[in-house]
Design a protein around this ligand. Sequence first.
Ligand SMILES: [Ca+2]
Ligand SMILES: [Ca+2]
Ligand SMILES: [Ca+2]
Length: 276
Amino acid sequence: MKLPIASAFLAALLTATSAGAGIITFEAAGSNAAAITPTRDAFRVAVGGGAVAGANGSFGGLRREINWDGVPDIFADPNLLPGNFFNVNSPRGVVFSTPGTGFLVSANAGGVAPPLFGFPNDFQTFSPQRLFTAINSNITDVTFFDPGTATAATTSAFAAVFVDVEVASLTKLEFFDEFGALLYARNVLVGGNQGLSFLGGVADAGERIGRVRITAGLNTILANGVLGNPNDDVVVMDDFLYAEPLASTSVPEPATVALFALGLVGCFASLRRRPR
Ligand SMILES: [Ca+2]
Ligand SMILES: [Ca+2]
Ligand SMILES: [Ca+2]
């Protein structure tokens, strides 16, 4: 039970000490929610905002979370979830896109469609009762906006819970800056059949994330109970967590920060040169 926390902190330490600057990793995997909750909590602390959600999944104006559980039935299995649901219906500053044919949030028990996308022996929830997947693709791209607006934004941290990761090196997170340059790529830990995996990254040197690409397994879900093929690893997602998206104009440019720092150095230098 303690291994995931230890490995998360070890990974964070290694990342932080080896590069000096970069993206700090938070990761864990296991058979149940308890196996990944301490790492989820450590990610929450690193980003800030506490543990109590306000309106539209805002935690203290510092962090947003999406657990899918409040999505209404009209936007859940068998109905598609609009890619802009979390910037329009519930404005949280993220829009999803996929090379596939859309997105599906799983049904609650007793609904029109069976829960867990119709795979009760493969999936479980981290937060009951709803899960998330792209349809006809294993790719979900997440882009960021000033919440509720069309103004592009960036974030400094992103994490997701994955369900049923059974094969190493197929499921991963990639972070890109606003110009499309790759900032971070990491495979999600194997959680085993019906297991849960957590992977998150937090920028520690002012990096700004403009897009997150989630690759979930190698298989696809076509509809409730229907896979793209009978062989490859199918993976779906539960909670997303990310730092509050900030419009690019409100983030200090590194050059501005550098000039400001140079100005400060200049001030101190001139103070020290002043005759006594
Ligand atoms: Ca499975
Ligand atoms: Ca959920
Ligand atoms: Ca699987």
